[in-house]
Design a protein. Structure first.
Length: 126
């Protein structure tokens, strides 16, 4: 009987040793997984931080562009108003020019008037 007890004790010890090796293997794998998980988290944090910085930079650029577009819109609006005023003044000048042209067509040129005066004087002397 003693032999059986010793053999049985050895089998349990062998089984226990195998169980311990399996547990140790799993613990080692668990540790490696945790290390990998920690590295991945750190890298993700770095990448997320870089992305946030880039997004912030893009937001600033967009804000700056919006301000420039607003300024351009104001200048274009001002130019359009000035153009309307210029067109109004040009139309007024053109109307006056047409009136002046009509008036000139109805008036006698000074040289023609002087010529007629000489002719009338010559006729009156006769």
């Amino acid at each position: 009987m003693k032999k059986e007890t010793k053999t049985k004790a050895k089998k349990e010890t062998g089984t226990e040793m195998l169980a311990r090796l399996v547990v140790n293997g799993f613990e080692k794998i668990r540790g490696e997984i945790k290390e990998t998980e920690t590295r991945i988290k750190e890298e993700l944090k770095k990448e997320i931080s870089l992305v946030k910085e880039e997004v912030s930079s893009v937001k600033e650029d967009v804000s700056s562009i919006k301000e420039e577009v607003s300024s351009i819109k104001q200048r274009v609006s001002s130019i359009e108003e000035e153009q309307k005023e210029t067109n109004r003044r040009l139309a007024s000048i053109e109307r006056k020019q047409v009136g002046t042209t009509l008036s000139l067509d109805e008036t006698v040129h000074r040289s023609e008037f002087d010529g007629i005066v000489h002719r009338v004087e010559a006729l009156e002397k006769k």
